[in-house]
Design a protein around this ligand. Structure first.
Ligand SMILES: NC(=O)c1ccc[n+]([C@@H]2O[C@H](COP(=O)([O-])OP(=O)(O)OC[C@H]3O[C@@H](n4cnc5c(N)ncnc54)[C@H](OP(=O)(O)O)[C@@H]3O)[C@@H](O)[C@H]2O)c1
Length: 270
């Protein structure tokens, strides 16, 4: 049976990916900090009676010991890892002044360094299981540079990591794919800004991203954007940069107002 490890499997895109892979017959090691959630997910999948199964695992991607322990446990229990989905992530990371430093560092630690830790810990097992694959759940924020700077930096980092790792690892049978979702409604990213507006139509669901994970696992392609129309925006950013910066500034305006209000509140309570 093929074995997948999904980090951040306890909610949102990760949980949807765990369910989708289990429906396709995979043994899925679902890893996160909230193990109660993972246990419920495993029971739900077992009760559905599908061909796959879910194995819950405790993981904090900020902790190298925890990540290494997960890789060792997967090697011991299953002897292989055919797919590593680096999905664990948090949002936020505005950088207005010194008070924001801890949050920015945390976002980088979870989203970017967590992915680095997971890729390092699973490198040997993935190579021994070749042909195998890593799917890095980055973001269109890692292509466009719009959003909280800490988050954008982490996602640009993930995109670069995935591109360079694919060059290094594909010759040994390990494909590395960057999967770049746009806005998706989840616990960590509720997308409340879009509620009741026409923009709600562009907000995708976690199942849309899970379906894209299944597609890149079949195709082993290097890059995928979900929904696909965001690719046109990425092309615009690279081919007509001056026009793009005007659009980006307009897109950032509501967030600028929100940041100013937050700064104001903080200064008043200081
Ligand atoms: N939603 C969007 O609009 C969107 C768009 C583009 C990309 N993404 C990316 O998609 C990924 C999944 O996000 P989501 O939207 O599904 O949000 P979510 O529902 O909040 O899920 C985040 C997951 O990450 C896990 N996580 C957070 N910190 C962790 C840590 N230190 N160690 C291990 N696991 C950790 C959480 O599990 P525990 O809290 O149980 O540990 C949870 O399972 C993220 O990388 C995010 O950047 C999301």
């Amino acid at each position: 049976m093929r074995v997948a490890v999904v980090t951040g499997g306890s909610s949102g895109i990760g949980a949807a990916t765990v369910r989708a892979l289990a429906r396709e017959g995979w043994t899925v090691v679902a890893a996160a900090r909230r193990t109660d959630r993972l246990a419920t997910l495993a029971e739900e999948v077992a009760a559905a009676g599908g061909p796959g199964r879910v194995v819950p695992a405790t993981l904090d991607v900020r902790d190298t010991v925890s990540v290494d322990a997960l890789a060792a446990a997967v090697a011991d229990a299953h002897g292989r890892c055919d797919l590593l989905v680096c999905n664990a992530g948090v949002g936020g990371g505005d950088l207005e002044d010194r008070a924001d430093l801890d949050e920015v560092l945390d976002v980088l630690d979870v989203d970017l360094l967590g992915t680095v830790r997971c890729c390092a810990a699973f490198a040997d097992l993935l190579a021994r299981s070749a042909p195998s694959q890593v799917v890095a759940v980055a973001s269109v924020a890692g292509k466009l540079g719009v959003g909280p700077p800490g988050y954008v930096a982490a996602k640009f980092g993930m995109v670069g990591l995935a591109e360079a790792l694919d060059l290094a690892w594909r010759p040994r049978g390990v494909a590395v794919t960057q999967l770049n979702p746009g806005f998706v409604r989840t616990e960590g990213f509720p997308q409340a800004w879009a509620d009741g507006t026409p923009a709600a139509r562009v907000v995708a669901e976690p199942d849309d991203v899970a379906a894209a994970v299944l597609r890149v696992v079949r195709s082993r392609r290097r890059e995928r954007t979900v929904p696909g129309w965001y690719r046109a925006v990425v092309v615009l950013r690279h081919t007509l940069a001056p026009a793009w910066w005007r659009i980006a500034a307009a897109t950032d305006r509501p967030r600028r107002r929100e940041r100013a209000l937050r700064r104001d509140r903080r200064d008043r309570t200081a």
